[in-house]
Design a protein around this ligand. Structure first.
Ligand SMILES: NC(=O)c1ccc[n+]([C@@H]2O[C@H](COP(=O)([O-])OP(=O)(O)OC[C@H]3O[C@@H](n4cnc5c(N)ncnc54)[C@H](O)[C@@H]3O)[C@@H](O)[C@H]2O)c1
Length: 245
């Protein structure tokens, strides 16, 4: 069991990739803290985690609100006795072509996809330093090759790589920081695009299939585990070969 005894906090753990990360961490023996904004889906993930025989905790946490993140994480750390792994997974992906993009559209994406990572990471840092823990943030292939109609999203996903690499240097003695950069993964976020453009995606995917949430969860669990104890400041490209890093 790769994560036995670790306490893993996942943002956006309600569904999709976040839910699979929560379940895979639980299968590897971790106690899991599921956070998000969708109460019913969060409760469902929490029940699924408990069914795997580990402890599960759940808390509403809108990552765009620093005070809420700080208070929630403080409460959770009090309940669980600490945090060993933070997975910055929550994100939004909302189309807006740059010439037409309003300041409101830009700031909405930045508030979740970048400010949210700052808010939660900053609030969790004291606990992660104490546990000598690890942070894994979900970037995207779009950070590296751009994404038409999603300049705000691509900018945020690139920024969190820079953030992780800087923190890997600033806090290298106590906390590891890595990213996983998914390609196209089958979730609620992408199901319409995949249905519409499946052949176009398949033509770009040497492995011959779109990704699944477990592909990302497996990479996250590895980075969170002690097997990755010499890995920090890195990006695992998990994209079926559509981009080689
Ligand atoms: N699906 C893909 O192809 C793909 C590709 C590259 C990167 N990613 C990234 O993977 C992560 C998970 O994506 P997914 O495909 O599972 O999408 P999803 O939409 O299924 O899940 C995103 C989760 O984030 C939560 N969330 C949104 N706003 C929030 C907020 N303000 N506070 C807290 N939680 C919030 C949602 O409730 C949801 O549970 C995202 O960061 C996404 O950008 C996904």
């Amino acid at each position: 069991m790769l994560l036995k005894g670790k306490k893993v906090l996942v943002t956006g753990g309600e569904r999709g990739i976040g839910r699979k990360i929560a379940l895979t961490a639980a299968e590897e023996g971790a106690d899991v803290i599921v956070t998000g904004i969708l109460e019913a889906e969060m409760a469902e993930t929490t029940k699924m985690v408990q069914a795997l025989g580990v402890k599960a905790y759940m808390a509403k946490m809108d990552i765009t609100n620093y005070e809420e993140a700080e208070k929630t994480i403080q409460n959770l750390a009090g309940q669980t006795g600490g945090i060993d792994v933070l997975v910055n997974n929550a994100g939004i992906f909302q189309e807006a072509f740059f010439v037409d993009m309003t300041p409101a559209q830009w700031h909405k994406t930045v508030s979740v996809d970048l400010d949210g990572v700052y808010n939660v990471t900053h609030a969790a840092i004291p606990y992660l330093m104490e546990s000598k823990g690890s942070v894994i943030s979900i970037s995207s292939v779009d950070a590296f090759q751009g994404c038409v109609g999603y300049a705000h999203y691509a900018a945020c996903k690139a920024a969190i790589v820079g953030l992780s690499r800087t923190l890997a240097k600033e806090l290298g003695g106590s906390v590891r920081f890595n990213c996983v950069a998914p390609g196209i993964i089958q979730t609620d976020m992408t199901k319409d695009r995949i249905e519409r453009d499946l052949d176009t995606y398949l033509a770009k995917l040497p492995v011959g299939r779109v990704g699944l949430p477990e592909d990302i969860a497996n990479a996250v669990v590895f980075l969170a585990s002690d097997r990755a104890s010499n890995i920090t400041g890195q990006v695992i490209h998990c994209n079926g070969g559509m981009y080689f890093g």
